[in-house]
Design a protein around this ligand. Structure first.
Ligand code: UDP
Length: 409
């Protein structure tokens, strides 16, 4: 409980009291989260904090990952990209790879759990091995924008999804026509984690300096895995336009995720386009660099997330919580977070990105106005306590599972 009290100064007493009240009914319930990586990317980021917080409320929450070989992660990355709408030629063997790997991971289900939560497509086929007595209630937590999912890839997953008792999506327009209940729960960031906690100006300066960036010259930052959907090459092109007018630096900070095999190739492309420009810093950071990313975000003048497709875009939330103006690609969850010209700018093109970066570099007052609004918007909607509250409400519905409650269909 004390763990939760630490959030009182950030979200207020009433919110914390409500969460504690909800948790009372759920003490001792076993909630087993399963995804495909412990490090890198938004899902791991959320589970790293959500699981201990659930535990601190007396919920018996655990977290495991499915193991797979390179082929499995190549195939699941294809699934991921195809769910985001990328055109990929379907081969039935992909479904076999998915099923076979999950079969090898069946032991993950050995212990009983009241609620089994499967995150994203990789571990979906585990539901096939469900034992209704040992594991009565299954939820699929989808972190991807499925609205433009490829037909064949989605058909291969859908048969598993329909076996769940419920599904959870970030936003209403990410949902699919499913025969099971669909719930809407946006993700969150933890304001007290190393990634998001307050830092002193000295900590920020020293870290930025240590990473080879000139702390005296303003810099524009994008933090993301080296992934084509994050469009790091587009960010460099936009920055090169800005450089004609402003003396600034660009920092592209990223790293790989254990379940993302494309990172190295994209990093190579990015280095080529940057062409050794001394004002462009490409940082390949280990996945544990939370403090460094925090300092980079806090030291940045402008934060960019020029994604072409996006699940939710937790990096945008992180930047907003730090009171930074964000220039974000008008896609996925970024459009839920950024209110045009109030809490940031939404962009569709490289030129638009360049225009708004330049505008924000030149106009400190505007940058501050947007940053202040962004912070309050993040506080009200996307911090861990409200996310936890949504989870507790959802777990409560488990108690009513036989009533087949459905919010959206
Ligand atoms: N992140 C990180 N190191 C990196 C790149 C990203 O720690 O090199 C973190 C980032 O701070 C954020 C998460 O990974 O918390 C990315 O989540 P997001 O939803 O933005 O994108 P995803 O990677 O899940 O597509």
């Amino acid at each position: 409980m004390r763990e939760l009290d630490r959030y009182t100064p950030i979200v207020g007493k009433a919110e914390i009291a409500e969460i504690k009240h909800l948790a009372k009914n759920l003490r001792g319930i076993r909630v087993h989260h399963i995804n495909s990586t412990k490090e890198g990317g938004g899902v791991a980021e959320i589970l790293n904090r959500m699981v201990p917080l659930m535990q601190s409320l007396g919920i018996n929450a655990t977290w495991d990952t499915v193991d797979g070989n390179t082929r499995f992660f190549d195939v699941t990355k294809m699934f991921h990209n195809a769910m985001h709408g990328q055109e990929i030629k379907w081969k039935p063997e992909y479904a076999d790879v998915l099923l076979e790997t999950n079969l090898k991971n069946e032991a993950i289900l050995n212990d009983p759990a009241d609620v089994t939560v499967i995150h994203d497509p990789q571990p979906l086929p585990l539901v096939t091995f469900r034992d209704k007595k040992k594991r009565p209630f299954w939820l699929w937590r989808c972190h991807i924008d499925m609205s433009e999912a490829d037909y064949h890839f989605w058909a291969a997953l859908r048969k598993y999804v329909e076996e769940f008792d419920g599904s959870i999506f970030h936003m209403p327009n990410y949902t699919k026509g499913l025969g099971i209940p669909q719930y809407i729960v946006p993700p969150s960031i933890d304001p007290l984690s190393d990634k998001n906690k307050e830092l002193t100006p000295t900590e920020i300066n020293d870290t930025v300096n240590r990473l080879g960036i000139d702390p005296e010259k303003p810099y524009v930052l994008q933090v993301s895995r080296f992934d084509r959907f994050k469009d790091p090459v587009g960010v460099i092109k936009a920055f090169k336009m800005v450089q004609k007018w402003q003396d600034a630096q660009l920092v592209l900070a990223g790293g790989g995720a254990a379940d993302d095999p494309e990172g190295a190739a994209v990093l190579e492309e990015v280095r080529e386009v940057a062409n050794n420009d001394p004002n462009i810093h490409i940082l390949d950071l280990p996945p544990t660099s939370h403090f460094e990313i925090n300092a980079l975000q806090r030291g940045a003048r402008v934060i960019v997330q020029k994604s072409l497709r996006e699940g939710f875009g937790l990096v945008v939330t992180e930047a907003m919580w730090k009171g930074k103006p964000v220039v974000g690609g008008a896609t996925g969850g970024i459009t839920t977070q950024i209110i045009q010209n109030i809490s940031g700018f939404l962009v569709h093109t490289i030129e638009g990105t360049a225009f708004h970066i330049r505008q924000l570099l030149a106009n400190q007052g505007l940058a501050e106005r947007l940053g202040t609004a962004a912070k309050e918007f993040a506080r009200s909607n996307f911090l861990l306590p409200s996310h936890l509250k949504a989870w507790l409400l959802l777990l409560e519905t488990k108690q009513h599972q036989n009533e087949k409650i459905s919010f959206l269909k």
